[in-house]
Write a protein that binds this ligand. Sequence first.
Ligand code: NDP
Length: 282
Amino acid sequence: MAQIIDGKDLASRKRTAIAEEVKAFSARYGRVPGLAVVLVGEDPASGIYVKNKKLACEKAGITSLSWQLSADTSQAELLGLIDELNANPGVDGILVQLPLPGGLNEDEVLLRIDPAKDVDGFHPFNMGMLLTGTPTLVPCTPRGIMEMLRDSGVELKGKDAVVVGRSNIVGKPIALLLMMEHATITVCHSRTKNLAEKISRADIVVAAIGKPEMVRGSWIKEGAVVIDVGVNRTEAGLKGDVEFEEASKRASLITPVPGGVGPMTITMLLENTLIAARARMS
Ligand code: NDP
């Protein structure tokens, strides 16, 4: 039976450490790190994410400033706000909650954020730095996964890892981070042939698909490490992308949903804000 990688517990330990570091930062520089969160429109899930991020900031002693804009905000208005936040010396990190309402150009908005304040790590500059093996601000979910693997003592060197999903937010950056730790990576997606067979050979499986329990437990190799990024709301409650019960019988380590990767994502946002604040003071 697999051991659970408890993301909630690790997140709580990390947040305590981050709060201490925020105190030290404030004592040294006479100011508190600041995160600006921009929410456009009324999407309820985005509203909950933003609220959770604000709360986590407050608990860590990070100032969180929020902008709630109406769904009919124009591209020019949004870009104007980003310019203001880029120039605001009290703002160390800027987060624009995605997805943006239809009609707004996400790529242009993300490109406008000063890369030094890009705490989501989605700006092409930061993505490029990751690609070249010199990471700066790294996307929060993949960073959180790497912290979980490190904390659980998982050896990555020479291991075969299968990443299912190739998004800019999760799939691509986690593949690069695992590669940097000398794992051998296979990235799978909706056109991949023989997915089950590929997964069944993997020492490490990262599922970031967005389809409830799509990765069947029987596909998991005996002793594999399984990281389930998926968050799927179903009639039976919140489900991951992996069939947890069956996969737990074969894996050596597995993340639950909820309580796995999710809590680490917000924690890494706090850490990225602190990293950005320190870099701006140096
Ligand atoms: P995307 O929708 O951007 O990407 C999903 C990926 O899954 C795509 O690359 C897609 O392939 C692939 N895919 C879809 N269907 C299949 C299939 N049948 N077989 C193999 N691959 C398939 O999602 P995200 O990366 O943004 O998120 C993935 C999941 O992780 C979601 O459930 C999301 O809610 C969750 N998530 C959780 C976070 C957390 O903090 N816990 C943070 C971010 C995301 P293709 O490219 O070919 O379309």
